[in-house]
Design a protein around this ligand. Structure first.
Ligand SMILES: Cc1ncc(COP(=O)(O)O)c(C=O)c1O
Length: 403
């Protein structure tokens, strides 16, 4: 405990916790699934409903700048993921943006037909590739264990999850991108589990396209709109198939023929969920003011302490994440045959993590609102639950629709 107190006292990010709602008695390890609510989001949503919607109504498209929110917020997010202004749009969901990015990648390599991804990718990524295959005959999907070793000159598009959702393993995105470029392929980075917890170098790493969600470490709120990145060098020639009017160069010309915007707006489709956008701004304002190296350092300090304590106090759990801090994102997974009821018992005691099939207890560490003392207290509760077989209580076996 002494060590945790000292680490927290020296933590430059500690004051950020006050900017979030964290219920009393809860230690929240699910920021990798749904980030905590920034207090400023409450005021933003209230303004967006009471003033912009209820009072100003349709004039808000101009007056409150609603129409420009996808690119305005994209520009706010850009430095957090190593992109430049004009390369990122906030819009739609991650899955939908992935569909656009897949075809955008294919549009840059029209003579090639292979999309390659890891078997361990988050399933929606693979499902969206399947959907792309169904909508364009002749495409082929290759699912592999080792991306780096499998990219050859037949590949059009490489899809890589920057941080694995189950284990937290960080992928060698720069090496994969370099290899893909050597072979003439383009790469899509899925940043769902890295945006907001570590420095991401889209431009420095030569990325072509990227997508990610904002409801995890960016604290945008449930179902908040996702993001899509396209490197500036590709913008003039890239195309995407969901050619809705928001992606038109002149949407209010109401032309019968589609003519894409020349910039990142070409990745938009139709009208966006403005209330969700307005809730998201608070999270973007917090993260865009931070030094991501500092965020990463705290994240590694929290996850390292957690591993050290769990391995010392709860030997029944087996580490299922990389031991080396540099190789893991901001989550730690442990495996245990009874992972599900153990997670439920923890939640009942206020330690909120989640379960992933088949036997994984997953703990996400947001450096913005967690402390080292939280880590110590959580491990103490976990030790008690395991030592006293609390998880064997029958009601912890009941499964909800969302695990
Ligand atoms: C790597 C990855 N990609 C995509 C998604 C989800 O996509 P969507 O926001 O469309 O549900 C997730 C959700 O957890 C994810 O972890």
């Amino acid at each position: 405990m002494k060590k945790a107190i000292a680490l927290d006292a020296a933590d430059p990010l500690a004051p950020l916790r006050d900017q979030f709602f964290i219920p009393d008695g809860m230690i929240y390890f699910d920021g990798n699934s749904l980030g905590a609510m920034p207090k400023a989001a409450l005021a933003a949503v209230s303004e967006a409903t009471q003033q912009e919607w209820a009072t100003d109504l349709i004039t808000s498209w101009n007056k409150a700048g609603w129409f420009a929110l996808p690119t305005d917020y994209g520009d706010k997010l850009a430095p957090v993921i190593g992109a430049s202004a004009g390369e990122v749009a906030i819009c739609d969901s991650t899955s939908i943006n992935l569909y656009k990015a897949l075809f955008a990648g294919l549009s840059l390599r029209p003579e090639r037909h292979v999309i390659i991804a890891e078997k361990s990718s988050f399933p929606t990524d693979l499902y969206m590739v399947e959907g792309a295959l169904a909508s364009r005959p002749g495409l082929e999907m290759k699912l592999v264990d080792d991306l780096l070793a499998s990219i050859d000159e037949t590949v059009a598009v490489v899809l890589v999850n920057h941080v694995d959702y189950r284990s937290g393993q960080v992928a060698e995105v720069e090496a994969i991108t370099a290899r893909a470029h050597d072979m003439g392929a383009v790469v899509i980075w899925d940043l769902c589990h890295s945006a907001g917890i570590m420095p991401v170098g889209l431009n420095d790493g030569g990325a072509d396209l990227a997508i990610g969600c904002t409801y995890k470490y960016l604290n945008g709120g449930p179902g908040s709109p996702a993001f899509i990145y396209c490197a500036e060098r590709h913008l003039p020639k890239v195309s995407q198939p969901l050619s809705g009017w928001w992606g038109h160069a002149q949407p209010f010309a109401f032309d019968t023929k589609f003519a894409p915007d020349v910039g990142i707006r070409k990745f938009l489709c139709g009208t966006q969920p403005i209330l969700s956008f307005r809730a998201l701004e608070a999270g973007l304002d917090i993260i865009s003011g931070l030094d991501m190296a500092q965020v990463r350092a705290k994240s590694q300090s929290l996850t390292s302490l957690f591993i050290e304590l769990v391995e010392a106090e709860v030997p029944a759990l087996t580490l299922a994440s990389p031991r080396k801090a540099a190789h893991r994102g901001s989550q730690v997974s442990f495996s245990h045959p009874e992972a599900y009821p153990i997670v439920q018992a923890l939640i009942e005691r206020g330690v909120v993590g989640d379960f992933r099939m088949p036997n994984v207890l997953r703990f996400g560490f947001s450096p913005l609102y967690l402390s080292h003392i939280d880590v110590v207290q959580a491990v103490e509760i976990l030790r008690d639950i395991m030592e006293n077989d609390v998880w064997k209580t029958p009601h912890f076996q009941a499964r909800g629709a969302v695990t």
